[in-house]
Design a protein around this ligand. Structure first.
Ligand code: A3P
Length: 298
């Protein structure tokens, strides 16, 4: 089956997810050729769930020796998507493989389609999940900016209809979330499941949790020296959005750096949803997530 995407002219139902046509070959190569190292780290997400933020935080945690020279930190001179490349785009040749270890990668590939070497190695996966209401608004505004020819503007009602049917780049969003959620329950040392809303609520606690999970816990001395606070500040929405490095320039072929920073808030959906849209999405979430233990603050 083939559908029109939100930003990409063709989506194909490939291994049970809506894969952008421009990435099918790359996802195939990734599956067949990627050799994971035990020290590798994957930041996995459904698009528009907070990937950029988690990439920055993860990179800052595992490379925090750079903080000895805070003014030269790589996050001040490179966008998080350059430091932590999305593997799918790496195979397009848009961006290079990290050269230092631990290698940190991003991926939007659903859990069942990850290469065996990731599943079998001791590498770690951190998944960031976001309330489906806010994902919708973030995706609708974002995909409209990056859309490729010959796509025209998708009206919010049309986009919502597609979203409710799971038709969106890397969708359906419910199976994407469920795949990583189930794995995080089965293998908590392998997959850490985080929520954007929890990061917004208490980023300090979540940063410590991520560091512990990755095997890079903060020492007492680091805590006394406010290293955690420095990381949080470096990765904050205000700092990243206003940083010169993110204001212009291209990351992957058609993606401008500035598009990754819009509002950075929870519950912006209330400004876009009608009562009938709210009712419909609540019902879908009940159907898709009921009994799974996965719940959302909306
Ligand atoms: P909004 O569109 O709601 O503002 P992704 O990185 O997966 O593409 O997700 C993008 C969303 O994360 C956007 O949400 C963006 O503004 C938000 N975001 C990016 N950097 C952030 C940060 N440092 N802190 C909080 N939110 C951030």
């Amino acid at each position: 089956p083939r559908e029109m995407g939100w930003a990409i002219p063709d989506l194909y139902l490939f291994q049970q997810f809506w894969c952008p046509s421009i990435l099918i070959k790359e996802v195939n190569i990734f599956q067949k050729q990627f050799q994971a190292k035990d020290s590798d780290i994957f930041v996995a997400s459904f698009p528009k769930s907070g990937t950029t933020w988690l990439k920055a935080i993860t990179f800052a945690i595992v490379n925090r020796q750079c903080f000895s020279s805070i003014h030269n930190h790589p996050l001040l001179t490179s966008n998080p998507h350059q430091l932590v490349p999305a593997v799918e785009f790496m195979y397009r040749g848009d961006i290079h493989c990290p050269t230092t270890e631990p290698r940190v990668f991003g991926t939007h590939t659903p859990f069942p389609s990850l290469p065996n070497s990731i599943i079998e190695s001791k590498c770690k996966i951190i998944y960031i999940c976001r309330n489906p209401f806010d994902i919708f608004v973030s995706a609708w505004t974002f995909f409209d900016k990056i859309k490729l020819e010959p796509l025209s503007t998708l009206k919010i009602e049309e986009a919502f209809e597609k979203y409710c049917n799971g038709i969106i780049e890397f969708g359906p969003w419910w199976s994407h979330m469920q795949g990583y959620w189930k794995e995080s329950l089965a293998k908590p040392n392998k997959v850490l499941f985080l929520k954007y809303e929890d990061l917004k609520e208490d980023v300090n606690f979540q940063v410590k949790k991520i560091a512990d999970f990755l095997g890079f816990p903060f020492t007492q001395e680091e805590e006394n020296n406010e290293v955690i606070e420095s990381i949080i500040k470096l990765c904050s929405f205000e700092k990243m959005k206003n940083s010169e490095v993110n204001k212009s320039g291209i990351i992957y072929q058609f993606l401008e750096k500035k598009y990754f920073f819009r509002k950075g808030e929870t519950r912006d959906w209330v400004n876009y949803f009608s009562p009938s849209m709210t009712e419909k999405l609540c019902k879908i979430m009940e159907e898709k997530f009921g009994g799974s233990g996965l719940s959302f603050m909306i």
